[in-house]
Ligand binder design. Structure first.
Ligand code: HXC
Length: 273
């Protein structure tokens, strides 16, 4: 893992990192990068068996792990699990709000409940986690990292629900950075671009880079899960001690093409010309 070449192996020793949605994909990749640097890692998600498998991967990197099921939409349950994680591993110093839901759908076909479901998971779920971890973050002078998306900045076709939820996350992040700076808590967002092998890319018309509609990404490739993990490690590290309220875009320059590449990929996936 590249991060261990540039950070000392004990860079996060004694720090508890809690990752919502940490059972797979980008969020598990983030958890692994912290685990490789000595952190204690807690993950939650909806399915315990998936969390158990992820926990094994994290333990293999040497981390102490707490993996317990919680749907981020259930604020009371999430509060309990965050409390259990802290009891097992120590107070939370880094909170990663990564749990998200997505499906591409034309706005006129999206039901009110479909819209609400994504806002509930992404936006309200992120608030629930942050709210539940606040006292611990205050005690540790900790850091919150939200996982946003390019949909927060430019409209993407068939993503009205996701755009609304992710734009809400980034504004919430800025509010929290403003209000909680006095406690020493930092808050930032990461915007991942098209990241290879993730559930998001499966749902949003990915495939292999050369034959995909995304092939004009300026850096000429999809991103890797670890590249988002590295960005999270940087934001949580002392190197970013004076960085709060910012959005870090990690997308190989994809955003420079607006939503055009995505729009083409999604139309191709749906069978439109
Ligand atoms: C239209 C849909 C739909 C679809 C669900 N709904 N899927 N509408 N098209 N494909 C509607 C349902 O009809 C229902 O509304 C409402 O949404 C809730 O659906 P449920 O299946 O009951 O919800 P739930 O079981 O809670 O599942 C949540 C989910 C699901 C978001 C719908 O897809 C999920 O669990 N996703 C988790 C994994 C995931 O999405 N990972 C990708 C994240 S990627 P009605 O009106 O019928 O009751 C990501 C990155 C974004 O976020 C940026 C990438 C670049």
């Amino acid at each position: 893992m590249l991060v261990t070449r540039f950070f000392p192996a004990d860079a996060f020793k004694g720090t508890t990192v809690f990752v919502t949605g940490g059972g797979s994909g980008i969020n598990l990749g983030i958890a692994k990068n912290f685990a490789a640097l000595g952190a204690n890692v807690a993950i939650c998600g909806r399915k315990q068996d998936k969390l158990d498998r992820a926990a094994e991967e994290l333990r293999a990197l040497g981390a102490k792990v707490h993996a317990e099921a919680a749907d981020v939409r259930d604020a009371a349950r999430l509060e309990t699990v965050i409390g259990n994680a802290a009891a097992a591993l120590g107070p939370i110093g880094v909170l990663v709000c990564g749990a998200a839901g997505n499906f591409p759908v034309p706005a006129e076909e999206l039901s009110p409940n479909g819209f609400k479901t994504v806002v509930d998971i992404d936006l309200i779920g992120s608030f629930n986690a942050t709210r539940a971890a606040f006292e611990q973050l205050k005690a540790t002078k900790g850091s919150v990292i939200f996982i946003s998306a390019g949909m927060a900045y430019v409209p993407f076709p068939y993503q009205v629900h996701v755009g609304a939820a992710k734009a809400g996350i980034d504004m919430m992040m800025k509010n929290l950075a403003l209000e909680w700076g006095k406690y020493g808590i930092r808050a930032n967002s990461i915007v991942p671009g098209p990241i290879e092998g993730t559930e998001g890319m499966k749902r949003l018309g990915g495939g292999d880079y050369e034959s995909s509609r995304y092939r004009s990404i300026p850096l000429g490739r999809f991103g890797a899960v670890d590249e988002i993990g590295q960005a999270a490690v940087f934001l949580a590290s002392p190197l970013a001690a004076y960085i709060t309220g910012t959005v870090l875009v990690v997308d190989g320059g994809s955003n420079l093409a607006g939503s055009t590449l995505f729009g083409q990929a999604i139309e191709a996936m749906r069978g439109a010309p």
